[in-house]
Design a protein around this ligand. Structure first.
Ligand code: ADP
Ligand code: ZN
Ligand code: ZN
Length: 746
C-alpha cells in the first residue's frame, strides 16, 4: 500500500458481543506496516473492559461525532487475518443471523482470541549432538525407547520438530533424559511459510493406493473431470464400499497439484485408526484438529493451514473454520452425521458451510455417506449435485440384512428375548464376537414403585431420572442432577421399588451372568470417561477372541470391528413415533450404521432388530429394501407435508425461569412478526408459540416459534426483521432467546 494513503478516520470493529452490529473506534497508535485494513485484530475498550476485536470496515464517517469515538488501544497484527477465513465468518454470521463479532471470536483459535501474536512464533527442533552421533549403540541398552529415539534422530541430520517426535509416541521425559546425557540438544527456530512441515521427513515409503474397483474408478474419474471448479458430489456407498479409498485418491490428486485438502469427519470418527490410515498414505504431513490439542498446537495447526505449509487438514465440525492458503477440495465424511450441527451459541452446520465454502473457492466438494441426509439426497436426485453410488462392498461381502424380531409378549432378560439369546450363544460358540446396541446408558431408564406406580422424575425437567448402579444413584441425563436411591417410595412408602426397562449396565450385567466365560465390554459415555479406556477396549476386541460388546451409539459409528458377526439392536422403536419430523430419518441412519459393523471381514453377518412394531411400514421398508428405498419414501412424505428439504425452517427458541415471562415475549414477538408479514404479503408462515418438546428443562421454561418458507431469501428477511425486533424489545433482555436457522431438531 502506498505510504501516502492517509489513515481512515473511523474503524468499524466487530467485538465479541451478542449485538449484531459493528462498533466504531478511532485509529490510534502506530499503524501496522500495510496500513489499516479489514481483518486486523485490535485491542479496544468495550464498556469497562478491554476486548480483542477485528477491524471490519475502514471509513471516513461514523454515526457518532468523531470526537466521541474512543481510540483503539493497540493493533495486534502485522497483517490482516486470512481473507478466506474472514469471508467465511462474514457469510456464517449473515446466514445464521449471528453477531459477527461473536462469530469471528468462536472461529479463531483461543490464543488469537486472547490477543496472542500470529507472527514471530518459533518451533522447537531437536538434533543429535556430536556426542550423540558418536554414541555406541549399546550405551543405551538399559533404555530401549531412548535408544530408538536416538536412532530415529540419527536418520534426520536436520533434526526433527518436537511435535513430530511426540507424534511418534516418544515422550518429553525421553527427550530430556537424552539431553541430560548430552546426546541431543534443542533449538528454537522461527516459523515461516517456507518452514518444513513438521512430520514430512519422518515418513517412510507411503502405503500405495489400492487399485480401484469399477464403481470407485467411475467416481474418481467424475471427480477428476472438474478439479478446478465448484463441483459438489455425493458419494453414496454402504459401509466398507471403499469411500475412504476414493477420498484418499482425490486428496492425492489435489495435493499433487500443490493444493490443500480439508477433510471433515464426525466427532466420533476422528480415531487414531482413521488418522493412521491417512498418515500412512501420504508423504506430506496430515494436520489433525481434535479435542486433545493444546491451545498452542491448535494455533500452530491453524497457522500451518493458513500459510499453506499443511497440505492436508483433517478435523471435526469446527475445522470448517480453518483458513487455507491454496484450497483444493473439501471432503465431508458421514455427511448426515448430527455432530456437524452446533447446537448452542453459533448454531452452524459444518456440512452446509462446506458447501458455501467450496462454492466460494470454486473447488470440488465430496460428501460421503452410507445413509445420506434427505437434504443431500434431494440435491443429488434433482441433478444439482452429482450422484456417485458405490453399491458393493470393496471386500465383496453383501451388507448384512436387518431381521425384525417381534418383542411383543416375550419374556425379556436384560432387554433380550430367548431366540436372540440363543443366537448370541451360537455366535459365541462359533468363536465370533457379538455387538449388542442399546441406546440408553445407565442401568434402567427409570425406577418405579410397584405398589402405586410412582416414577423417579427430575425436579427441574419434564423427564424421568435414569437409574445407575455403578455407582448407585438416580441421574437426569438432561440437566445432570443426581439423587441418592430412595429406600422406599416417596409417595406411598412401599419398599417394592423396581428398575423399569434396560440400559447398557443392566444388559451388561445380564449377559455377564448368562455367559460367564466370555468377556463383556461395555462402551458408553460412563464406561469411557477415562480418555484411553475406549481405545483399550477396542484394541482388545480387535485381537479377535470371542466377546460381547454392549454399547450406545459410540460403538455404532466409524469403528472397524472385523470379528463381529452378530449385531443385536435391543429396541428399534424410539424413533418410529417421535414427534420430531427427522426422528425416522435419524433412527434409520443409526440402524444402518450399527448393522454396518457386522461381518466386515471374512464372515457374513446377521443383524437382529428387536421391535414392538414388526409391521411398521417404515421399518419393514428399511429391513426389506434398504435405506435408499426408505429415503425415497420419506422424501415423498416430506414433500407432501411441506417440510425440509422442500421448505426452509427457522426456529426462535425462548427460555426463562419464569413461565409467564417467556410466554409473554414469545406471544408478542410472534404477533409483531405476523403483522409485519401480513403487511408485506409475505409467503413466510409463522407458527406458535408452542411449548418446546421438553417444556421444563434445568428448571427453565422453553417455548418456540417456527418460521417456514418456500424460498430461503424470504425466510432470511423475516428472520433479520425478527432479530432486530427482539434486540430492540426491552422485555427481551430478561428472557434468553436464540434463533436456529435450518434447525436439526425441533
Ligand atoms: P468406507 O469408507 O466406505 O467404509 P473403506 O474405504 O474403509 O470403505 O474400505 C473398506 C475396506 O475395503 C478397507 O479395508 C479398504 O482397505 C478396502 N478397500 C477399499 N477399496 C478397495 C479396493 N479398491 N480394493 C481392495 N480393497 C479395498
Ligand atoms: Zn409407591
Ligand atoms: Zn433434569
Amino acid at each position: 500500500m502506498p505510504i501516502s494513503t492517509p489513515p481512515p478516520r473511523v474503524l468499524g470493529v466487530a467485538v465479541p458481543s451478542p449485538l449484531r452490529r459493528l462498533f466504531d473506534y478511532r485509529p490510534a497508535g502506530a499503524p501496522p506496516p500495510g496500513g489499516w485494513a479489514p481483518g486486523l485484530r485490535v485491542r479496544v475498550p468495550f464498556g469497562r473492559r478491554e476486548v480483542v476485536g477485528v477491524v471490519m470496515e475502514c471509513r471516513e464517517r461514523s454515526e457518532l461525532p468523531l470526537a466521541e469515538l474512543r481510540p483503539v488501544a493497540a493493533c495486534l497484527d502485522a497483517a490482516p487475518l486470512p481473507a478466506d477465513w474472514l469471508w467465511l465468518c462474514r457469510f456464517t454470521a449473515r446466514y445464521y443471523q449471528h453477531s459477527l463479532g461473536d462469530t469471528l471470536h468462536q472461529a479463531m483459535p483461543v490464543l488469537l482470541r486472547q490477543g496472542r501474536a500470529l507472527e514471530g512464533r518459533t518451533r522447537e527442533r531437536w538434533q543429535l549432538t556430536a556426542a550423540g552421533r558418536d554414541a555406541p549403540p549399546e550405551s543405551l541398552s538399559r533404555a530401549p525407547r531412548q535408544a530408538e529415539l536416538l536412532a530415529m534422530l540419527a536418520q534426520h541430520p536436520h533434526g526433527l520438530a518436537a511435535q513430530a517426535i511426540l507424534a511418534q509416541s516418544f515422550s518429553r521425559d525421553q527427550l530430556r533424559a537424552l539431553a541430560a546425557k548430552g546426546l541431543v540438544a534443542s533449538r528454537e527456530e522461527p516459523l515461516t511459510a517456507r518452514s518444513r512441515p513438521d512430520a514430512d521427513q519422518l515418513l517412510a515409503e507411503p502405503a500405495p493406493a489400492l487399485p480401484l474397483n469399477r464403481e470407485q474408478a467411475t467416481a474418481l474419474a467424475a471427480l477428476h473431470e472438474r478439479l478446478e471448479a465448484y463441483h459438489p458430489c455425493l458419494l453414496e456407498g454402504v459401509t466398507g464400499s471403499g469411500k475412504t479409498e476414493v477420498y484418499l485418491q482425490l486428496i492425492e490428486a489435489v495435493v499433487g497439484r500443490g493444493r490443500q485438502a480439508l477433510v471433515l469427519v464426525p466427532e466420533i470418527g476422528l480415531t487414531p485408526q482413521t488418522l493412521a490410515r491417512f498418515r500412512k498414505r501420504f508423504r506430506v504431513p496430515v494436520v489433525a484438529l481434535h479435542s486433545g490439542l493444546t491451545d498452542h498446537e491448535r494455533l500452530d495447526a491453524w497457522e500451518a493451514a493458513a500459510s499453506g505449509r499443511a497440505p492436508i487438514v483433517i478435523g471435526t465440525r469446527s475445522a470448517i473454520f480453518t483458513p487455507l492458503a491454496r484450497p483444493g477440495a473439501i471432503i465431508v465424511d458421514e455427511e448426515h452425521d448430527g455432530s456437524y450441527k452446533q447446537q448452542d451459541g453459533l448454531r452452524y452446520h459444518a456440512r452446509d458451510l462446506a458447501v458455501a465454502r467450496a462454492h466460494h473457492h470454486g473447488i470440488p466438494l465430496l460428501l460421503g455417506s452410507a445413509t445420506p441426509s434427505l437434504e443431500s439426497l434431494a440435491k443429488a436426485h434433482s441433478g444439482e449435485w452429482r450422484h456417485l453410488p458405490l453399491t458393493r462392498r470393496a471386500t465383496r461381502h453383501a451388507p448384512a440384512r436387518l431381521e425384525l424380531i417381534d418383542l411383543r409378549g416375550r419374556p425379556r432378560q436384560g432387554g433380550l428375548i430367548p431366540p436372540v439369546l440363543d443366537a448370541i450363544r451360537e455366535t459365541l460358540g462359533a468363536g465370533h464376537q457379538v455387538l449388542v446396541f442399546i441406546n440408553r446408558r445407565g442401568f434402567a431408564p427409570t425406577l418405579a414403585c410397584h405398589a402405586c406406580g410412582w416414577l423417579a422424575e427430575c425436579d427441574a425437567c419434564d423427564a424421568r431420572m435414569t437409574l445407575h448402579r455403578q455407582p448407585p444413584l438416580l441421574a437426569c441425563h438432561h440437566c445432570d442432577r443426581r439423587r441418592a436411591l430412595p429406600n422406599s417410595c416417596p409417595q406411598c412408602g412401599s419398599i417394592d421399588l423396581r428398575p423399569l426397562g434396560s440400559g447398557t449396565e443392566r444388559t451388561e450385567e445380564t449377559l455377564a451372568g448368562l455367559f460367564p466365560k466370555v468377556p463383556v465390554h461395555r462402551i458408553d459415555r460412563d464406561s469411557t470417561r477415562r480418555r484411553d479406556a475406549f481405545e483399550q477396549a477396542l484394541a482388545e476386541v480387535r485381537r479377535g477372541e470371542p466377546c460381547l460388546l454392549v454399547g450406545t451409539q459410540m460403538l455404532a459409528k466409524g469403528h472397524h470391528l472385523p470379528h463381529v458377526t452378530l449385531v443385536v439392536v435391543v429396541n428399534a422403536d424410539a424413533g418410529l413415533y417421535a414427534s420430531d419430523f427427522r426422528a425416522l430419518e435419524q433412527s434409520a441412519q443409526l440402524l444402518v450404521q450399527v448393522a454396518g459393523r457386522a461381518g466386515r471381514a471374512a464372515h457374513p453377518g446377521r443383524v437382529l432388530v428387536q421391535t414392538m412394531h414388526p409391521d411398521d411400514p417404515h421399518l419393514r421398508l428399511l429391513a426389506e429394501r434398504g435405506y435408499a428405498a426408505l429415503a425415497e419414501q420419506l422424501l415423498a412424505e416430506r414433500r407432501a407435508a411441506a417440510l425440509p428439504p422442500f421448505r426452509f425452517l427457522a426456529l426462535l427458541r425462548l427460555e426463562s425461569a419464569r413461565e409467564e415471562a417467556a410466554g409473554e415475549l414469545a406471544r408478542r414477538a410472534a404477533a409483531a412478526l405476523r403483522g409485519w408479514l401480513a403487511e408485506r404479503e409475505s409467503a413466510v408462515e409463522c407458527l406458535g408459540p408452542v411449548p418446546a418438546p421438553m417444556e421444563r428443562r434445568q428448571g427453565r421454561y422453553h417455548l418456540q416459534v417456527m418460521l417456514s418458507a418456500e424460498r430461503r431469501s424470504a425466510l432470511h428477511e423475516a428472520c433479520a426483521w425478527l432479530t432486530a425486533w427482539l434486540e430492540a424489545a426491552p422485555e427481551a433482555r430478561r428472557t434468553r432467546w436464540s434463533l436456529d436457522i435450518d434447525p436439526q431438531t425441533l
